[in-house]
Design a protein around this ligand. Structure first.
Ligand code: ADP
Length: 470
């Protein structure tokens, strides 16, 4: 059983783990796809924007900057041929590149146009833009290459260059980062030749992709939660079933033990009666016969109890309620208990009900209190001391039975009122029982519309409180 349970648990956990991995893979796929879609969409939109821009304006968006750059280039074109020192030349080239990059980024107004266009189209319009220079030459008497990333005749030719025409790039892989290449441009003038790329980058791209995928994300999360919940529920049921079957096994063991004791006595008594010597002695015969009678009664009681329990299971049991003076009932119970099973116990009676009459089923009520009292004696490791308290309050009677016995652990307290439940110490045959006494108590209290509770400390003792409305 244990093994089977572990296998089921292991299988379940493995299945859930596989499911989680599968979901992660699917979600990643969806995110990637949405990311690509987003990229494509904005790429398409920016291409459209460029087309409409060219259609609307006769002048080029870079005309101003082109003029500024040419002015600047004219100056540096005069300086460059004079520089002899290589380090100085490199520094100057750096400076030129910086100036070009800064001026282009500052003076372009393509990004403003794009932003306005996106807004008109009702899509996200917040992005950052950046121009990066790929190739730059200053043209003087000679040509001074400032930067050269693309070789125009090498392996990586841009599709179109120069002439003020725009060029669309084909590699649109989103893996290239979160940046989107809007256009590639070449610019040429008297003193320079330039080739650059214009990128835009959406600041909250991640949010946009997540938003686009939120439905799928929610679905997969929801299905995961459902699967885990169903698994946990199933497992819990399995454990509960196992616990019940364990209880039943325990019960059968305990019952066999309980039934065997009187049976053994009867068998021995029968054997005794067979002996010639005993039969001669009238007093011995009578004694043995009485013993047999007593044990038969005990056996009968046990069997009746079991029968009664199974009957309770089928029907709600009927109470025969009558008015009774609680204080007197309690006095009678304690009196009988003192001279019977409780004769070894020190019992103090601290109850007072002021002559209150309550509607109770006398027989069941007595059984209930007796069960609690005999447990108080049974589950004690020293001389039992029992304190009985009682009072009436807010339409209810309270009977509290406190002992100085072995006590009950917190985890057992949750179960002791269940049918057949015995604590592990109760299972040691030192304390005999079937695990039905408290089950009875609970049932009887409930049938009266009341309840029974326990508070206990192992090693210190237990307090059982019965409440019954009157
Ligand atoms: P039984 O006495 O036949 O085992 P009960 O239903 O009367 O069955 O009690 C259930 C379990 O609760 C017992 O096995 C015992 O361990 C524990 N128990 C009941 N009453 C007491 C008590 N007064 N002190 C300590 N343990 C108790």
């Amino acid at each position: 059983m244990m093994k089977k349970r572990n296998t089921i648990l292991l299988l379940g956990i493995t299945a859930i783990a596989i499911l989680i991995i599968a979901q992660i893979i699917i979600i990643r796929g969806i995110l990637k796809q949405n990311h690509e879609m987003l990229y494509l969409r904005y790429r398409l939109l920016s291409q459209e924007a460029l087309v409409s821009l060219r259609r609307q304006y006769k002048v080029d968006v870079y005309d101003t900057v082109r003029f500024i750059l040419d002015e600047y280039s004219r100056e540096v074109a005069a300086e460059l041929p004079l520089i002899r020192d290589e380090a100085e030349m490199n520094r100057k080239k750096g400076e030129i590149l910086d100036y070009f990059t800064m001026t282009l980024n500052q003076e372009e107004y393509l990004s403003d146009y794009l932003s306005a266009y996106f807004e008109r189209m009702g899509v996200e319009k917040d992005f950052t833009s950046r121009i990066e220079i790929r190739n730059l030459e200053i043209i003087s008497t000679d040509t001074f290459p400032i930067i050269r990333t693309f070789s125009f005749f090498g392996k990586q030719p841009p599709e179109q260059t120069g002439g003020g025409k725009t060029a669309a790039r084909t590699d649109i892989s989103p893996a290239a980062g979160s940046r989107l290449l809007v256009e590639r441009r070449g610019l040429e003038d008297n003193y320079y030749s330039l080739f650059f790329e214009f990128f835009i980058d959406f600041s909250d791209k991640r949010k946009m992709v997540l938003q686009a995928s939120s439905a799928s994300l929610a679905m997969s999360l929801f299905s995961l939660v459902i699967v885990v919940a169903i698994f946990m529920l199933t497992y819990k049921n399995l454990m509960e079933e196992k616990r019940l079957s364990d209880l039943k096994t325990d019960f059968i063991n305990n019952m066999t033990h309980e039934l065997k004791t009187p049976l053994a006595t009867i068998t021995v008594a029968g054997k005794t009666l067979e002996m010639e010597r005993i039969r001669q002695d009238d007093a011995k015969v009578l004694e043995t016969a009485k013993l047999i009678g007593k044990q038969s009664v005990h056996l009968n009681q046990l069997i009746n109890m079991i029968l009664e329990i199974s009957m309770w299971e089928r029907t709600e049991f009927q109470l025969d309620k009558k008015k009774a003076v609680i204080e007197e009932v309690m006095n009678d119970i304690v009196y009988s208990f003192r001279i019977g099973p409780g004769n070894s116990a020190t019992i103090t009676q601290n109850y007072s009900f002021n002559g209150l009459e309550a509607d109770i089923d006398l027989v069941y009520f007595i059984t209930m209190i007796n069960n609690l009292l005999s447990n108080a004696v049974k589950y004690s490791a020293r001389d039992p001391v029992i304190n009985i308290e009682g009072f009436a309050e807010n339409g209810k009677i309270f009977v509290r039975i406190a002992d100085n016995g072995i006590g009950i652990s917190k985890s057992d307290q949750k179960h002791i009122f269940e049918k057949f439940y015995r604590t592990s110490s109760g299972n040691i045959h030192k304390y005999k029982g079937l695990g039905l006494g408290l089950y009875y108590v609970k049932k009887i209290a409930a049938a009266h519309g009341g309840d029974v509770t326990v508070s206990s400390k192992p090693g210190k003792g237990s307090i059982f409180t019965v409440t019954i409305p009157y």
